[in-house]
Design a binder for this molecule. Structure first.
Ligand SMILES: *Cc1c(COP(=O)(O)O)cnc(C)c1O
Length: 355
């Protein structure tokens, strides 16, 4: 076979691998950090009442009505808000807009596995900073000069969050680069740093409708920052990706934001189920990190994680196992309904007792 010289110029990329999406309806799916409850009832109403003649029209190019609704919900101005197709799009846009230094960007070694994918794709130099034996992030690792910082708070897949002191410390030691705090799980956690964007002109906070608002299928994410940064992100999005949020995404997101009571109720239920499930796993001998998210990160002292993963999978319950250094003895379990968690806990107990 003749050598194809063009091959050496092809993109070399290892794509992000998402949790399996099984076809079987009876599967209990606890592997993608999706919400077990439906979106707010007003979302169904929007979809039922949608005038299909509207679909002839292009959506608002920069999601103007949603920016206004988000600004109101978070006590900001519309100029402080950027919207994208899921926070993955928002984060990728921020990486493109702000990480153009020769110096490496810093993020934890155990974290959301999309960050290295974007760095490779966009040729951004990066350096990961090791978390400690308890998966805690050491803020001092982020003091040296760098090309930017990304920290998820709470972190994934460890489920561990940090408080205001950590974020302020981080920002005080990083005045000359952009700091991104990825708050995908913050609604289940203790501290959101959106309040700090007023003081720190280099801070970007990203959030999503995928987890706490049950709208992963709609692809809606946002960033909060000072207007100058938002304008840069909007310019990047409008340059390379002319796929704004679609009409249904904008309208369902606004409907979701209006039902604060439903939001609080479902987030509260997930947190209660989480804390109860964490106790059950600890009682079965697992180490469980203190979760501030809608998932648990657990390790059994003797039974290999992969074996638990395969066993529950056989029973039709999908959880997440990462065959990766440092975390390959751990499992990430999305919080389902109480009933789903009880089935999982029974299956795991059965496995423990059978050995
Ligand atoms: C789920 C997740 C996201 C992205 O979610 P979208 O569905 O793209 O909004 C971003 N960061 C972390 C840490 C996540 O877990």
């Amino acid at each position: 076979m003749s050598e194809k010289l063009w091959r050496k110029n092809l993109i070399n990329i290892e794509p992000y691998v998402a949790g399996e999406q099984p076809k079987n309806e009876n599967i209990i799916k606890l592997n993608a950090n999706e919400n077990p409850y439906p979106p707010a009832p007003a979302v169904a109403e929007v979809l039922a009442k949608k005038d299909i003649f509207d679909l002839k029209k292009y959506p608002s190019a920069d999601a103007v009505p949603l920016k206004a609704a988000l600004a109101e919900r978070y006590g900001l101005k519309a100029e402080n808000v950027f919207c994208g197709n899921g926070s993955d799009d928002v984060l990728a846009t921020a990486f493109r807009a702000f990480f153009n230094s020769d110096k490496p960007i810093f993020y934890p070694d155990i974290t959301y596995s999309f960050y290295p994918v974007w760095c490779e794709l966009l040729k951004i130099p990066y350096e990961t900073k090791p978390v400690d034996g308890d998966f805690l992030i050491n803020v001092k690792d982020y003091y040296p000069e760098n090309g930017g910082v990304v920290i998820p708070n709470p972190n994934a897949p460890t489920a561990i969050g940090v408080g205001k002191d950590f974020i302020v410390d981080l920002l005080e030691h990083n005045r000359d680069c952009i700091v991104i705090i990825d708050e995908a799980y913050v609604d289940f956690g203790r501290y959101s740093c959106v309040e700090l964007i007023e003081k720190y002109d280099n801070l970007i906070v990203t959030q999503t409708f995928s987890k706490s608002r049950s709208l992963a299928g709609m692809r809606i994410g946002m960033a909060f920052a000072q207007p100058e940064l938002i304008n840069y992100m909007q310019a990047v999005k409008d340059s390379y990706n002319s796929y704004p949020l679609d009409q249904l995404a904008i309208e369902t997101a606004i409907a979701s934001l209006k039902d604060e009571e439903y939001f609080r109720e479902t987030v509260g239920k997930v947190k209660a189920t989480r804390d109860r499930s964490a106790a059950a796993f600890r009682e079965m001998g697992f180490t469980v990190t203190d979760s501030e998210t809608n998932f648990l990160f657990v390790k059994h002292p003797t039974i290999p994680a992969e074996e638990i993963f395969s066993y529950t999978r056989e029973k039709g319950i999908f959880i997440r196992y990462f065959k990766k250094p440092v975390i390959d003895r751990w499992l990430r379990i999305t919080i389902g309904t109480d009933e789903e968690m009880d089935k999982l806990i029974s299956a795991v107990r059965e496995l423990i007792e059978s050995r």
